[in-house]
Design a protein around this ligand. Structure first.
Ligand code: CO8
Length: 303
């Protein structure tokens, strides 16, 4: 079964689960037995590696898609399946997301998914981006981003969807929503996620100028919560997770839902419109030209 077909199957499971009490009712849906037995094993897939420690209830998800963990449709599909499996396992209470690639957490959306593609394919891709955000931002688990490298645009969004962000203290690493530098515009739910984290004025300037912040600047504006030496990012994430997990799940989950639900509802009630907006924007000749120039710039910078 292809990954995308697999995700469609999982979406059916989600559809069934959505008829059960939601997280706000304190009850976490139980996974069907077959899924539970699958998730008892640590899973390794080409782009995402999950190590789930039953004794602590914490899963570490490593993004391992060279060279820069760019978020392609296949990558997002794998990631969503992995998160959903963990979400459905009652014994998994915490998720740490990190990168196995040197120097890069994630380069954001795979630009090749937005360049020269059919409207249908762009729509499918955007739906997967939405899915990733909905799954992590609305997760019942404690989610911590262990940012061990640069994290522009969609990579920053992924980190922002987590409950807490720990970044490597390295001035060469940057993070931010730099979309305008590519000639594209961050959609409202990227903007909302950043506003919820760093406030309106900082987000306004960051988005208009497409700012990428060094790790220390990111700490200063609250885009990340903590800086630690590079070799301590994962251990600090694990220690922080223990503190978060000491809070009773139901109280923490309800508080999280209270803070995030209005933002989540805004997208869930506008998903189709948002997909259509993305497709008509990204397939414009002028936007395609901007993306081509940006890709050329990336190649030149390397050369
Ligand atoms: N997508 C596809 N390929 C990429 C991407 C990407 N996002 N980023 C880098 N690559 C490619 C490079 O072109 C290069 O390819 P090649 O080996 O063929 O030359 C390879 O990955 C390695 O890249 P670098 O040599 O640049 O690697 P470094 O380790 O030096 O730097 C960085 C890593 C810092 C991540 C750097 O690659 C970088 O800055 N990349 C661009 C990041 C970026 O601007 N991403 C924005 C993507 S758009 C997005 O996420 C949100 C869009 C919202 C859309 C809204 C529309 C309505």
């Amino acid at each position: 079964m292809s990954l995308r077909a697999a995700l469609r199957t999982k979406r059916c499971v989600s559809g069934l689960l959505s008829q059960l009490p939601s997280c706000s009712s304190h009850v976490r849906p139980r996974a069907p037995a077959v899924l539970v037995s699958q998730q008892r094993n640590n899973s390794t897939s080409p782009k995402i590696k999950v190590d789930f420690d039953q004794s602590t209830g914490v899963a570490i998800m490593q993004m391992q898609s060279p060279p820069v963990n760019s978020l392609s449709l296949d990558f997002l599909t794998e990631l969503c399946i992995s998160v959903e499996k963990l979400e459905m396992d009652k014994s998994c209470r915490g998720l740490i997301i990190t990168s196995s690639q040197p120097k890069v957490f994630s380069a954001g959306l795979d630009i090749m998914e937005m360049y020269g593609k059919s409207p249908e394919r762009c729509g499918e891709f955007w739906k997967a981006v939405q899915e990733m955000w909905l799954k992590i931002y609305g997760s019942n688990m404690v989610t911590i981003a262990a940012i061990n490298g640069s994290s522009p645009a969609g990579g920053c969004l992924m980190a922002l969807t987590c409950d807490y962000r720990i970044m490597a203290d390295n001035p060469r690493y940057s993070i931010g929503l730099n979309e305008t530098q590519l000639g594209i515009v961050a959609p409202f739910w990227f903007k909302d996620t950043m506003t919820n984290t760093v406030g309106h004025r900082t987000t306004e300037m960051a988005l208009e100028l497409g700012l990428l912040y060094s790790s220390s600047e990111a700490l200063k504006i609250g885009l990340v919560d903590q800086l630690v030496p590079e070799d301590q990012v994962l251990t600090t994430a694990t220690e922080t997770m223990t503190k978060w997990l000491a809070i009773p799940d139901h109280a923490r989950q309800l508080s999280k839902s209270m803070m995030r639900k209005p933002t989540i509802d805004k997208l869930t009630s506008n998903r189709e419109v948002d997909i259509n907006n993305f497709v008509s924007f990204i397939t414009k000749d002028s936007i395609q030209k901007s993306l081509r120039m940006y890709l050329e710039m990336l190649k030149k910078r390397r050369g």
